[in-house]
Design a binder for this molecule. Structure first.
Ligand code: ADP
Length: 426
């Protein structure tokens, strides 16, 4: 029976939380979208439903999230976790508040925590303010994200602007004193009429204390970091059996390829590094993509020529600087611009599969969602960790197995692609 059910608002976020659950001893499967028919969850302790809802209108995100909730409850989930980005990627029109409030309503929860922090990955929260690698969110590269530019680092205010209820804070002065004090503060906030609580965390042990404090909550929300404390709750309750995560993970044979649609600073560095060490690379021109199919065809032809099972995998990227992204968005609008590029990556993914590629490395959350959809992958199992938050995964339940390294844009060191490729060669 499933213990924990997670609803993730994008695919790499889903993989990220699944990795943290696996690392802490929970057998976890990831489902791409809400399954339309019965699926075999293989006795998983935790099930993560990966939606592609981060930037869709609130009403659609609520509907998809409630469908995911129904699926998870029918699988037996005792606790529900709504997972969003550790950098809270969501504009004032965004859907984190509306989705949380809809889940609260359905689960009859009058207060729920919201903790995107993950100190190990460089995301910490202090006095409700989010820091990314030591810089305020609004001064980090997320300021210029193509879809969700983050210009306000005060998450109490950001979440309040999206929510009907009252947003409060569990400050670090409380968090540092441990789980009992956190639980007490949550209860006090509930009696004051607060409905959503941003919770500070500046070291990973804070996340474990928060996890313990909310063991009996039906609904939680946050980044993948919050999940590190949850398996222990189930273990303490005698519900979790020992589980060896990586045993037996092997890679399908077949060529490899890289698709990068993230424009994040880390991805831009990783592409530079890949080119320097000799990965064959081709950049897509989004203006040409918008004009017709010739640009994608050019990339397909290039890939057909380049694919060589013995050499380094080819890299096709739409990745561009914030100025270039802005120019393209001014002409086509933010959403249409994103969709145009994602459609190109989908076509390329299908083409690569046709060429025999079975090991895909993908940069970007939305981009990964698009690629997995194009490949028709129904479920993923989690394999070895390439970088914090990014494992190799392997498809399950489809006709043919593919291995996928799905990277949230800002994750991984500069040599990410070399490292991922090297691991898949062993
Ligand atoms: P990240 O994980 O860094 O947020 P995503 O893939 O989630 O990356 O988001 C990047 C978005 O930017 C996608 O919708 C993608 O299609 C879009 N995009 C990629 N390249 C460009 C470009 N050159 N101009 C405009 N938008 C782009």
């Amino acid at each position: 029976m499933t213990l924990l059910g997670c609803i993730a608002d994008d695919l790499t976020g889903a993989t990220d939380i699944a990795l943290n659950l696996v690392r802490n001893g929970m057998k976890t499967v990831q489902v791409a979208g809400v399954p339309e028919s019965q699926v075999d969850l293989d006795g998983a302790d935790a099930v993560v439903v990966a939606l592609k809802s981060r930037t869709i209108p609130a009403r659609a995100a609520v509907e998809q999230s409630l469908n995911a909730l129904d699926f998870l409850l029918s699988a037996g989930a005792e606790q529900i976790f709504f997972k969003y980005c550790s950098t809270f990627d969501s504009t004032d029109q965004g859907n984190i508040g509306p989705v949380l409030e809809a889940l609260q309503h359905k689960l009859a929860c009058d207060v729920t925590i919201a903790c995107p922090a993950f100190p190990e990955a460089g995301r910490s929260l202090f006095q409700g303010h989010l820091f990314v690698n030591g810089r305020l969110l609004s001064e980090s590269s997320l300021r210029d994200h193509p879809l969700t530019p983050m210009r306000d680092p005060d998450l109490v205010k950001v979440l309040q602007r999206q929510s009907g209820g009252q947003v409060g804070l569990v400050p670090w002065e409380v968090v540092r004193t441990g789980h009992a004090a956190i639980a007490q503060k949550i209860e006090a906030a509930r009696t004051e009429g607060k409905t959503l609580l941003i919770v500070d965390a500046i070291v990973d042990d804070d996340l474990r204390a928060i996890g313990q404090a909310v063991a009996s909550h039906k609904l939680l929300s946050g980044g993948s970091g919050l999940a590190i404390g949850l398996p222990e709750n189930f273990r303490r309750a005698g519900k979790l059996h020992p589980y060896d995560p990586v045993a037996g993970f092997d890679y399908p044979s077949g060529a490899g390829a890289i698709l990068a649609g993230s424009c994040s600073a880390a991805t831009r560095e990783q592409i530079k590094n890949a080119i320097t060490v000799g990965f064959p690379a081709l950049q897509l021109d989004p203006f040409k993509l918008a004009k017709g199919s010739a640009e994608v065809q050019r990339a397909c032809d290039w890939l057909s020529e380049r694919l060589d099972e013995t050499g380094l995998p080819p890299l096709v990227y739409s990745t561009a600087s914030p100025d270039e992204v802005r120019d393209f968005q001014v002409e086509y609008g933010r959403d249409r611009a994103g969709k145009l590029v994602e459609e190109a990556h989908k076509t390329l993914a299908r083409h690569l599969f046709g060429l025999g590629v079975r090991r895909f490395m993908v940069a970007g959350g939305e981009t990964s969602g698009a690629v997995v959809e194009a490949l028709g992958v129904p479920m993923l199992e989690i394999g070895p960790e390439i970088a914090p938050g990014v494992p190799w995964t392997r498809s399950i339940g489809g006709d043919e197995t593919v291995a996928l390294a799905l990277k949230s844009g800002n994750f991984g060191d500069a040599d990410f692609f070399s490292k991922a490729w090297g691991m898949s060669q062993q």
